[in-house]
Design a protein around this ligand. Structure first.
Ligand code: AMP
Length: 617
């Protein structure tokens, strides 16, 4: 492997470097190493990257390095498809700018109170992160001044296209200075996005982080979809039942190596951190301890674990997903050494699913879904261990005569059986670590699905597995099967004659009401109006908000649909057509998200989520 690029090689500003040090990043991710120099030099970028690759820092770090806090008007504008992403990106900017005095970032998105948004804009922000609809609103009102804009970032451009924002995005691009620097990030490259790149990017450097890597056949690869249980609990459950010898657990930051090592030690494991802050001698000593059985678990960053060759490492756990397939291959290559077999376990958050598929595709190896050990499995394991200890002690022919006499006397005096005494002692022994365990697992639909329906899960997360062939084909898109009991049909006063498209409607409702797009059901366009299925129990507040939301410049004026169900088709189960980039033609549409899962409204991955817009200022 060639020498890795380090942050210190990248000419980032001093305050930004201090912030990186503070958050504990050790090394730039591949997309960062490629994008940072170009953005620092003022160039445009077309980055093909998905969530989990470190793309936010790839644009935030260099752009922040060039910010002039004396200028109060926005210098950087980031457009993001959803309110959640806008908030997340704004938080990332805040984190990376923690050492830049007087820095302000402002997220603006639909559903947020306009008055406070206007006030915040008036106060000034160096960076604005917004959803396209709301940004457009402010530009029209004159409350957002982009005359001094230096850089514009389009984050998750394909998602903005999918949600029907592409016209708005182009409108915004038209209303920003031509001199601006532009960075566009997209996981896929449909032709509409290509078109935006061709028209609005200047000599852009294309960055695509994908390489074909092969993994050893003797390594079993599994993943667990992070949900319902937190990662630490999941890890300790795995540690209880997996028969491992040595283990390397990979995390992303130096801080995380230390924190996780401490937590595992507190749980009784012999674990130690290994990171780039430790000097060479200490690192070597740690690896030596792992080799010689003095240590079982090492929690490492990529940099620190490079080249570790310890035969007894039977397991690698990717606690934090690696940035790309190359890092994945290097990580899991720490096991299965010297012809032994090994096991690699990968934790994947739902939003990182695309990265999982990229890794699978690049390594040409399936990574199978694993179930977390159940309460019954852990219980059985603990009982086996416990009884084995009894057997071992009896077989070791230790001198037990003192205890024999003591307990015989106790039994006689108190008239209790030897079993009763043994039970009391066993209870005392196991009080800290009960033998019978019960976990209250919240199992999301996805986790229950089998490998065979991986295709549906792909689509459920909006992505298409092949990364590009995503919008055109009918078969490739899911059908949302709504249970009428969970959905109400609403009428909105925009229709085909107003040039409304399902994507516009989904986008507007998702962003303005904060209802995740996967909860938005079937959409049917009529000439003068449309109908849309939404989860039951939407609050009056949200409906009031939705009434005023505009699509194609017309207020939705949403109301419960009481009209006849024209046509009599069971179109909520068998839509004739999903929405996509087309004009005319079919009239029935179903929202692309959601697929077969029938998620209940207000639930996300098994957890309750709020759909009320959060106020950030
Ligand atoms: P993103 O792909 O931008 O959503 O980032 C994914 C995660 O990676 C975030 O939690 C970041 O904090 C983290 N991250 C980004 N860059 C680095 C880095 N160089 N080292 C460690 N973690 C990082």
């Amino acid at each position: 492997m060639s020498e890795p690029i380090m942050f210190s090689d990248l000419a980032l500003s001093e305050p930004v470097m201090r912030a990186i040090q503070k958050v504990g990043y050790e090394q730039p991710s591949p997309i960062q190493a490629a994008a940072i120099p170009v953005l620092l030099a003022g160039g445009d970028i077309l980055g093909m990257a998905q969530t989990g690759t470190g793309k936010t820092a790839a644009f935030a770090l260099p752009l922040l390095s060039r910010i002039d806090t004396k200028q109060a008007d926005p210098q950087i504008l980031v457009l993001a498809p959803t309110r959640e992403l806008a908030i997340q990106v704004a938080e990332a900017f805040q984190k990376y700018a923690s050492e830049i005095p007087g820095f302000h970032v402002l997220p603006i998105y639909g559903g947020q109170d306009m008055t406070s948004q206007l006030r915040s804009l008036k106060r000034g922000a160096h960076v604005v992160v917004g959803t396209p609809g709301r940004v457009m609103d402010h530009l029209r009102r004159g409350s957002l001044n982009l005359n001094n804009l230096k850089a514009l970032v389009l984050d998750e451009a394909d998602e903005m296209l999918r949600m029907g924002f592409i016209d708005d995005v182009e409108w915004i691009l038209e209303h920003t200075p031509k001199t601006r620097q532009t960075a566009l990030f997209s996981a896929t490259m449909p032709k509409e996005i290509r078109h935006v790149c061709n028209n609005y990017l200047n000599n852009a450097t294309e960055i695509k982080i994908a390489s074909s890597q092969s993994t050893d056949a003797n390594i079993e690869q599994v993943y667990w979809m992070v949900s319902g249980t937190n990662k630490l609990d999941a890890l300790t459950r795995i540690l209880e039942v997996e028969p491992f010898d040595g283990m390397i657990i990979f995390v992303r930051t130096k801080t995380a190596t230390v924190e996780l090592a401490e937590k595992l030690e507190a749980r009784g494991y012999s674990a130690s951190a290994l990171n780039g802050d430790m000097n060479q001698q200490l690192r070597e000593r740690t690896i030596e301890r792992l080799k010689t059985n003095k240590l079982d678990i090492v929690i490492a960053t990529d940099v620190a674990a490079r080249g570790i060759d310890v035969e007894r490492v039977s397991h690698v756990v990717n606690y934090d997903i690696p940035y790309d397939s190359e890092a994945y291959v290097h990580r899991i290559g720490r096991t299965g050494r010297a012809g032994r077999s090994g096991k690699a376990i990968l934790f994947v958050a739902p939003r990182e699913k695309r990265l999982l598929y990229t890794i699978e595709k690049a390594t040409k190896k399936p990574i199978t879904l694993m179930e977390l050990p159940s309460g019954a499995t852990v219980t059985k394991h603990r009982i086996d261990q416990f009884t084995q200890q009894i057997t071992d002690t009896l077989q070791a022919q230790a001198d037990l005569s003192f205890f024999n006499d003591l307990l015989a006397e106790y039994s006689h005096k108190n008239d209790v059986s030897p079993e009763q005494i043994a039970s009391a002692i066993a209870y005392l022994l196991q009080v800290e670590r009960p033998l019978q365990v019960k976990f209250t697992d919240v199992k999301p639909e996805r986790e229950r699905s089998s490998r065979d329906d991986r295709g549906s899960r792909d689509r459920d997360d909006r992505g298409s597995r092949d990364g590009g062939r995503d919008r055109g084909s009918r078969e490739d898109r899911p059908r949302r099967e709504h249970n009428d009991e969970n959905m109400d049909r609403y009428r909105i006063e925009v229709g085909r004659n107003h040039e409304a498209r399902p994507g516009d409607i989904v986008g507007a409702i998702a962003n303005e009401a904060g209802i995740e797009s996967r909860f938005i059901g079937h959409i049917k366009l009529h000439d003068e109006f449309s109908t849309v299925d939404l989860p039951t129990g939407i609050s009056k507040d949200i409906l009031a908000k939705l009434k005023k939301v505009r699509v194609r410049n017309r207020p939705l004026e949403i109301s419960l649909d009481t009209g006849p169900r024209t046509g009599g088709d069971d179109f909520s189960r068998k839509p004739k057509r999903d929405f996509g980039p087309r004009e005319g033609g079919g009239r029935d549409f179903s929202n692309k998200d959601g697929g077969r899962d029938k998620p209940r409204f207000g639930e996300r991955d098994g957890k309750k989520t709020s759909f009320r817009p959060k106020k950030t200022d």
